[in-house]
Design a binder for this molecule. Sequence first.
Ligand code: NAD
Length: 258
Amino acid sequence: MSLQDIFGLSGKVALITGGGSGLGRAMAEAVAEAGATPVCFDRDAAGLAETAAAMHARGLPCETMTGDITDEAAVDAAVAEIDRRFGRLDILFNNAGIGDPVPTLMHDCLTENWRKVVDINMNGVFYFARAALRIMVRQGSGKIINAASMWGLAGSSSVFPMPGYTATKGAVVNLTRELALQYAEKNIQVNAICPGFFVTKLGPYDENEFVEVTTNFTPMKRLAQPSEMKGTALYLASSASSFVTGACIVIDGGCMAK
Ligand SMILES: NC(=O)c1ccc[n+]([C@@H]2O[C@H](COP(=O)([O-])OP(=O)(O)OC[C@H]3O[C@@H](n4cnc5c(N)ncnc54)[C@H](O)[C@@H]3O)[C@@H](O)[C@H]2O)c1
C-alpha cells in the first residue's frame, strides 16, 4: 500500500467539536488536506467562520455547525443532519473542552465551576460519542479520537491546580479504553490524544508568567503550536492506525517522561 492509501481520507466525513479554534482547527485542516470533508461544530460562531474562511481560502472544504456540546438535543440534531447530508460519519474528533474557570485547590472549588467542566469535558464527549457510534456501528467502521490531556495521566498541581480538568481528562482517558473494547470487533477504533502545552485560547498564553512557567516545566523548553497536532490527528483518523485502539498518544515535549 502506498502512503496515499495509508493516510488518505478521500470520501470520508469527519466531525470536529471545538473546530472554531486551536487544536480543533488544526485537526480539521489535517483531515481536509488528506481528502476528507470536515464538519466543525463549535459554540463560537465567529471562530467557526475564521476556520472556514482560512480553509476555503486554501481551496479546502470546511462545513460548520454552531451549537453547544452540552446540549444533548443539539448534539443529536447535528449528527442526524450529517447523516442526512452525507449518509456517513467516518471520524469524530471529540475535541471541545475547557479548563477549570479558576485554578483552585479543591477546598475552594465552586460547585458551579466543577459542574461546568464536567458538563463540557465529560457529558459533551458522551453525547457526541454516542450519537456518532450509532452511525459507525451501522456502517461497520469508524474512528473516534478523544482529546484528553497530559493532565488526564497525572495531577496538574506541579504547575497549577485544576481539580475539574484533571478529573474529567482522566475520565476521558479511561472512557477511551472502555469504548475501544466495546467496539473493537466492530471495526471502530477509539483512541485518545494527551497534549501538553499548545498555544491556543485554552490557557492565558498571552501572559508572560504563564508562558514562562509552562515552558520551564516542558523538557523541550518550548511550547507547541497547534500545527504540531496535525500529524497525530491524521495518524489516528486514517488507516495508518488501523490496528491501534484504546491508546493514548502523549504529545507533550517530554512532560510525562519526568
Ligand atoms: N492547548 C493545550 O495546551 C491543550 C493541552 C491538553 C489538552 N487540550 C485539549 O484540547 C482540546 C482543544 O483545546 P484547545 O487548546 O484547542 O482550546 P481552545 O480554547 O483554543 O479551543 C476549544 C474550542 O472548543 C469550543 N468549546 C468549548 N466549550 C464548548 C461547548 N460547550 N460547546 C461547543 N464548543 C465548545 C470553544 O469555543 C473553542 O473554539 C480541549 O479538550 C483541551 O482540553 C489542550
